[in-house]
Design a protein around this ligand. Structure first.
Ligand code: ZN
Length: 289
């Protein structure tokens, strides 16, 4: 199944819903950053959350999620566009923690306690940032708490990444349900009960359930009017030119040491892991230009 996202509203207009399958892009992130299972799961959940929250934006708007926990993973940074492009990284990709229960990666423990910041750059003078203390570090609950306290939107969020015994991503995706102002509180309770009684989204996706299928399970019989369906991908904005500009700004002295030691300067993009190498003549051209 291809990665894609759907956006819809409940018929009757009381809530909106977003669902995505992100298996391939989370696997791409794993390969790019060489993440180990618990890091793969944590980063995959944040990447999926970025896409689900980004689906509320328009045009060139940009959304950034920053998870600063005190656990062994360190920071997790993800940025997503309104159009379904996402990129991100985890500070410590090589974290290994014992599983308490089989099949359940200890994401909360690996993330730890700390803060979640959500920044929306809507093309205005100042980007908007909302921050909360992490509830559990499991990401889904943390994003729901952010939406409730910072955006006053009661929401249910379910995110999941299933990692196979070979450490590859078998299934990943998520679901976000938000009540519109004036909706009945008992509707949220009903929807939350549906979602908590569902099998984990990652195992539903692993058994070939589509984003629409996830929505149908979550709303259990309520009618949905779909507004949008589009592919989601891992895309980074870095280019050799942009990296060259950064090197030029660093100046000659900073670059002389690595050049003397390695014969070249290698720069790795944090967001996507892409490596750019510059030889002595390359650098001369950049610094002069
Ligand atoms: Zn990059």
């Amino acid at each position: 199944m291809e990665d894609y996202l759907v956006r819809g509203v409940g018929v009757g207009g009381q809530f909106r819903v977003f669902a995505a399958v992100t298996t391939s892009l989370v696997e791409e992130a794993r390969q790019r950053h060489d993440t180990w299972p618990v890091a793969t799961a944590a980063l995959g959940r944040v990447l999926t959350a970025g896409l689900l929250l980004g689906a509320n934006l328009k045009g060139e708007d940009l959304l950034t999620l920053r998870v600063y926990g005190d656990g062994p993973l360190g920071a997790i940074i993800v940025s997503a566009t309104a159009g379904g492009e996402v990129r991100g990284y985890v500070q410590e990709p090589h974290v290994d923690l014992p599983c308490e229960r089989t099949g359940k990666l200890p994401v909360g423990e690996a993330v730890g306690k700390g803060l979640l910041h959500v920044t929306k750059d809507l093309g205005l003078k100042e980007p908007f940032t909302g921050s909360i203390e992490l509830v559990s570090g499991e990401i889904g609950e943390d994003v729901a708490q952010y939406l409730l306290t910072s955006e006053q939107t009661p929401s249910a969020v379910s995110l999941g990444v299933l990692v196979g015994p070979d450490a590859r991503v078998k299934a990943a995706g998520g679901l976000l349900l938000q009540l519109f102002p004036g909706a009945e509180e008992k509707l949220l309770t009903h929807l939350e009960q549906n979602i908590t009684s569902m099998p984990p989204v990652s195992s539903l996706i692993n058994s070939e359930l589509s984003p629409e299928g996830l929505v149908a399970r979550a709303v259990n019989g309520l009618d949905i009017h779909y507004l949008d369906k589009y592919p989601v991908r891992f895309v980074c904005k870095c280019t050799r030119e942009k990296v060259g500009d950064i090197l030029a700004a660093m100046g000659k002295e900073e670059l002389e040491k690595p050049l003397a030691e390695q014969g070249q300067v290698e720069v790795r993009c944090h967001f996507c892991g892409e490596k750019y190498t510059f030889s002595g003549p390359d650098l001369q051209a950049i610094v002069k230009a």
